[in-house]
Ligand binder design. Structure first.
Ligand SMILES: Nc1nc2c([nH]c(=O)n2[C@@H]2O[C@H](COP(=O)(O)OP(=O)(O)OP(=O)(O)O)[C@@H](O)[C@H]2O)c(=O)[nH]1
Length: 126
């Protein structure tokens, strides 16, 4: 089981979503940016670090949504989602194929990593 923090980053009424590259696991699926929690690291600190590494932006973590456990064919994941705000920087797709700023209404139009679907649904129900 891998433990992963991910961020719903909100800025000016939109949400930042990222498409995994064709070289990554779950190629071309859309996800909330984030990554694996390292030993001794808090979920929030992991998120701030991963978002800086992947997108070169600084965020503030605001609140937490429900965690999601999901078994893919070849690995299982526990995903910890947080709502965050953008502090500074312009995102750059340093690891992803691309990123987009979308409205909440547009979230359901994307081909999400399966583990993210309950997160999108919870977010839309808030
Ligand atoms: N960051 C992120 N990862 C997610 C999400 N949903 C989801 O299933 N994942 C999975 O969680 C794992 C996150 O790990 P990662 O991004 O740090 O690592 P990776 O698999 O790209 O790289 P790796 O090859 O080093 O394992 C990936 O396997 C990814 O497929 C999500 O919303 N955000």
């Amino acid at each position: 089981m891998i433990h992963v923090s991910c961020a719903i980053i909100r800025h000016k009424g939109k949400i930042l979503i990222c498409q995994r590259s064709s070289a990554m696991k779950l190629p071309l699926k859309w996800e909330f940016p984030g990554g694996k929690i390292e030993k001794g690291e808090s979920k929030e600190a992991c998120l701030v670090r991963e978002i800086k590494e992947e997108l070169d932006i600084a965020i503030t973590v605001k609140s937490r949504l429900k965690e999601v456990s999901h078994a893919y064919e070849d690995f299982s994941i526990c995903l910890y989602p947080f709502i965050a705000s953008l502090d500074y920087g312009q995102p750059k797709a340093l690891e992803h194929a691309q990123f987009k700023w979308v409205t909440s209404e547009e979230l359901l139009n994307y081909d999400w990593a399966e583990a993210d679907i309950p997160i999108v649904e919870e977010y839309l129900s808030l």
